[in-house]
Design a protein around this ligand. Structure first.
Ligand code: HEM
Length: 474
């Protein structure tokens, strides 16, 4: 809490601004407003603490400007789902990532501008997307098998980097039908670092320089997708099931460059968030060995041979493990919105440009809603659990809520289920420590730090010998 002098100065200069917000609880502002709370701890931890201490709506001050942190499902629905959502634009993340992504991605489009048109263009929003998605299980499975075989040779791995590359490779197969050269991954990472420097900057964006070679990397990264699109247009493969080929068949009029940008966007949209969800799952599965044993048993029961969408349907535990990782350790924990004009919310008038922070961390662990909220218990998702708390509902929204929720959520779920089942059938993901890992922040995604260990081959025999495990309790 700011000291007496700091609080006094705030009241002296801005005290009159506080009156219209007197109905909202929140920390005492000092000369920086309440922004000092965010210097040090991670923003999602601050938002969750506010939820516990002040309830569903917390008044904050970014210097002299008021804002709110939302932990109330009904108020969050008003901002993200109700017809009123059009009054609230995405926060400054759009400007921060703009140089790395392209104007063709829906991610940075304005709701009041062409967001709706761009969303309609997204390959994952098409009437054929569910069919495309089902066809990705086999190729992504093959890609993950190859990655696992390579990782099994490593004496020690850092899970965050290892899963990132495994995810990138599987996404490449889903996007363009084959893995991409390492140089493309390197360009992808360099551009992500450029965006991250802007996201984490403590100064105006005009003063943040891109990393050396940024423009060249960007030209190469999107350029190689454009080359692939042109080649696929020239020599179409009617059997190809990747999203590029599927889009060209279904929407032949699409511009090459636009499609190239959308393909590149798949990686920025989901490679970081999907891979850290796997890291979270492995960390928790190490802590709860019965849940791990059940995953291994289920994966082994799917048998050898290609993993298909149909077979994946017989792996409810893998899905439950993914849900539980998304609940307990959501990759994206803070989303921001800002009213385009003065807007009524939670009984006050928020001025245009005010910061609205929405976090899922507190609600995902709200003890009033969840039994043993801090325990990784995939069993909670079985027997109607996933229907009681569906994705995008009040206490479970790892992909956001409402019409602007994640466009790749279904794809991410199919990838996570495929990866968990494929890895568990072949290896035990051994993690060195089950102590909570340190969390950093990269490209808007929570970054697990120091989660090391190794993949230990699981002989078919060992998997068969695993005892049958019933419902897992804490
Ligand atoms: C575990 C994996 C993922 C998580 C946790 C995640 C999370 C999210 C969240 C929370 C949002 C909404 C942010 C907001 O409302 O401000 C979002 C939006 C978005 N996500 Fe994901 N995402 C994941 C995977 C993916 C994948 C695989 C893709 C790419 C295909 C993707 C592409 C996008 C895009 C384009 C948007 C913006 C949608 C729009 O503005 O209309 N995401 N994601």
């Amino acid at each position: 809490m700011p000291n007496l002098l700091s609080r006094g100065l705030f009241n002296l200069f801005f005290g009159s601004r506080r009156k219209p917000f007197a109905s909202l609880p929140g920390p005492q502002p000092g000369v920086l407003g309440t922004a000092g709370d965010f210097l040090g701890p991670q923003p999602w931890d601050v938002c969750a603490r506010y939820g516990r201490e002040y309830g569903g709506v917390t008044l904050i001050w970014m210097g002299p400007s008021p804002g709110v942190v939302l932990n109330d499902p009904a108020v969050i629905a008003e901002v993200l789902e109700s017809p009123r959502r059009m009054e609230f634009e995405k926060g400054n993340i759009s400007e921060q990532v703009r140089p790395t992504v392209t104007d063709d991605t829906v991610f940075i489009a304005k709701l009041s501008g062409d967001w709706a048109q761009k969303r309609k263009l997204e390959p994952m929003e098409q009437p054929w997307s569910p069919k495309w998605l089902a066809a990705q299980v086999e190729p992504m499975h093959r890609s993950v098998v190859e990655s696992v075989e390579a990782l099994l040779k490593e004496p020690s791995i850092d899970y965050t980097t290892a899963m990132r590359k495994l995810t990138f490779d599987a996404f490449a197969v889903a996007a363009v039908g084959e893995k991409l050269p390492t140089s493309v991954f390197d360009d992808f990472m360099l551009m992500a670092k450029g965006a991250d420097a802007r996201i984490q900057a403590k100064m105006p964006l005009k003063f943040v320089s891109p990393p050396k070679g940024f423009e060249e990397a960007k030209a190469r990264f999107y350029g190689q997708f454009a080359d692939r699109v042109r080649a696929a247009r020239k020599n179409p493969n009617p059997q190809a099931v990747d999203v590029m080929s599927w889009t060209l068949r279904e929407t032949p009029g699409i511009d090459d460059q636009v499609l190239a940008h959308l393909l590149g966007g798949v990686f920025y949209g989901g490679a970081f968030s999907s891979s850290v969800t796997l890291v979270g799952a492995f960390h928790q599965l190490q802590k709860y060995p019965q849940a791990e044993a059940r995953l291994a048993e289920e994966a082994a029961s799917l048998g050898d041979g290609p993993l298909t969408f149909e077979k994946l349907g017989r792996a409810p535990w893998a899905e439950a493990c993914a849900f539980e990782s998304l609940r307990l350790l959501p990759a994206v924990r803070v989303f921001t919105r800002t009213p385009s004009k003065d807007a009524q919310l939670a009984g006050v008038t928020l001025p245009a440009g005010a910061m609205i922070m929405i976090s899922n961390q507190h609600l995902h662990r709200d003890p009033a809603h969840w039994t043993e909220p801090d325990t990784y218990n995939p069993a909670r998702w079985l027997d109607g659990g996933a229907t009681r708390d569906p994705l995008g509902s009040g206490h479970f929204f790892p992909f956001g809520r409402g019409p602007r929720a994640c466009v790749g959520g279904d794809f991410a779920m199919v990838f996570l289920r495929t990866a968990l089942a494929t890895i568990a059938a072949r290896a035990k993901a051994q993690v060195d420590s089950t102590e909570p890992f340190e969390e950093g922040f990269f490209f808007g995604v929570v970054l697990p730090k120091g989660v090391t260990g190794k993949l230990v081959p699981r002989s078919a025999q060992a998997a068969r010998a695993t005892p049958t495990v019933g419902a897992i309790s804490a």
